[in-house]
Design a protein. Sequence first.
Lengths: 191, 305
Amino acid sequence: MIRYPLVIVSWLLLVASAWAQGIECPDPRLAADLPKEIRAWFRNPDGSCVQCSIGMCGVDQNVPAAATLLWDTEYGPGERGGSGPSRVAGYCDRRGIRAFNVTGQDTWDWMKWAAETGRGAAIGAGSAHFQTLMGYDRQSGTWYVCNNNSPSRIDEYDEAAFRRLHLASGQWVVILDYPPHPARPRYYRWW
Amino acid sequence: MRALPLSLMILTTMPPLALAQTTPPEVDQAEVMRLGDLVQRLGENVRSSSDDAFVAAMGPPESDADKWFISVLSMKACDGCAKLKEDWATNPWLLALADPSDPKRSWSHYTVYDKDDRSQAFRFDNIRVTAYPTILVQPPRSKRYGEPATVVYQGVYGGDPEKQARAITGAIRQYVSKLPEPPAPSSQGGTRRSSSDPPWQPAPRVDPRQPQSPKTPFPAIDPTIPPVPDVPVPTFPWSSVLTLMAAGFSLPAAVALVVWAVSFIRARRQAAGKPPIVDQKSLDQVLELLKRLAESQANPPSSGV
């Protein structure tokens, strides 16, 4: 009888250690740089996964009009609920947000472009769901994705798993057309 | 009795069905499929009436990972910050480094951060910013010019665009010359409105100007990187003092003391960022005159007898 609690505790410890070893910002493998405290602001409240994902990219690229999509601010009224490309086009135009609204077979190239130039991307990921692409490591073929239903962690996918994930929602990505963020500046005595 | 399980089955399956009919999907997958291969460029006010215009632009843009980063750290109600933004939008010296209105043609990635924007504060935890507007310059993300986090230049805008641009380019030139290896070539439909506040105060859409301008909009403290070499403070002429004490009044020793006092005051004023009392040319002339006077006293001309 004593064995069962021990097994459960060991299993919990294993899960906790695996969780703790997950990738976290800032990391050179990640394009987006968003601490988990800020990602938590974008936990999906009510089926607004597209706006949550774009909002994270808005913070990452310092675009307040995109970062505040979920809420009523001077940039515009809060946008809640489900979205398609035409709705995204509508509120981006109203708020003056420059973005690439990409559908179809070229989304793979766009996602790689975003990650390799230091930008995040709001992407279709999972059945009728949107998540935030945080990075892509071409060498290991690993994709890093933050789900707005569990924003405290960054999930890792290999090429095949990521392909399934993206196709499950339909090929659609939204990438903000703004400069990427700089690396967190540090002083190195180079002079 | 046979109808009871059937009724239960119908009752348990009905609510999800009803919910599925009333709740719209989070992602409109049908629209994604209808659109097919399409790239829309939003928010540029140059929308094409035909999708054919976008055919050439189906692929992603060129990589801009080789661009340098110029970040301006500003604050609200700061005239110096507003002046810098205005200058950066119009002055050719600054536009040559970054074009805020045309990010694609801009030489660098230019971003303005508000010091009170909580969503961005974490980026600057590792550096010391004492005055605004502060300008930071960092190498590209591609690592072509070393570690992208390196602060290549940090300075506070003093109101002179040309001087500012020269300071930035000078720092970049100096930084690149010190790299261990030369860089390689290189519609509201279906909208549900909410009335909630964001969890942080976003940067304002329009920067409010300070109603009462301070005497000068530019701060005196300038934590410049790379640091400007300190102005050397002349050493105290102890030998002259000893001479005066031991041998009584001597013009060369007195001149040496005067020269030291003038140089000392000048160095202190320069270190404090104050303008010198007399310009360098005039000072050099006076010092030369004193030097000649002291030399003539020390070596009196021979009588020729």
